[in-house]
Design a protein around this ligand. Structure first.
Ligand code: RB5
Length: 149
């Protein structure tokens, strides 16, 4: 079982609630960074709240959502140490774990169906980083870009 941070903007509140309940039902612990209703919020604020939890290792993984998943993933990736992958299918979810060791997942309520999102979440959480030295070197280069800022 994992401790999972979640955040969304108003455009993905419905999916966040449904996926949060799924994870709780499966025995995971969820830290919900909001939002908590459909009133308008700014996705960068929501992204940062969840990304900080992941970067500080207060949770194992983070899941963020907005209308498209684009804005909230861009914002999450500005936090040092975050590798947030926008996924629209299970193959992307598998490969971003195997190749990129992604520590956050992003999805879009306006662009991906709820059942696909649930499958993406399961694949993302259950796939280990398994591709070895070749990919470790590339991830180290991502960190080097951050360190050079
Ligand atoms: C909010 O209106 C919308 O811009 C947001 O949910 C997301 O799609 C941004 O990328």
């Amino acid at each position: 079982m994992m401790k999972i941070g979640m955040a969304c903007d108003h455009g993905a509140y419905t999916y966040k609630e449904e996926i949060k309940q799924m994870l709780i039902d499966e025995g995971h612990e969820v830290v919900d960074c909001g939002c908590h209703d459909t009133n308008s919020v700014d996705y960068p604020d929501m992204a940062k709240a969840c990304a900080d939890l992941v970067a500080n290792k207060e949770v194992d993984k983070g899941i963020v959502m907005c209308g498209t998943g684009i804005g909230i993933s861009i914002a999450a990736n500005k936090v040092k140490g975050i590798r947030c992958a926008l996924c629209t299918d299970v193959t992307m979810a598998r490969l971003t774990r195997e190749h990129n060791d992604a520590n956050m997942l992003s999805m879009g309520q306006r662009t991906t169906g709820i059942e696909t999102c649930k499958d993406i979440v399961h694949t993302f959480l259950n796939t280990p980083f398994s591709e070895g030295e070749r990919h470790k070197g590339r991830i180290a280069k991502i960190s080097a870009i951050e360190d050079a800022q």
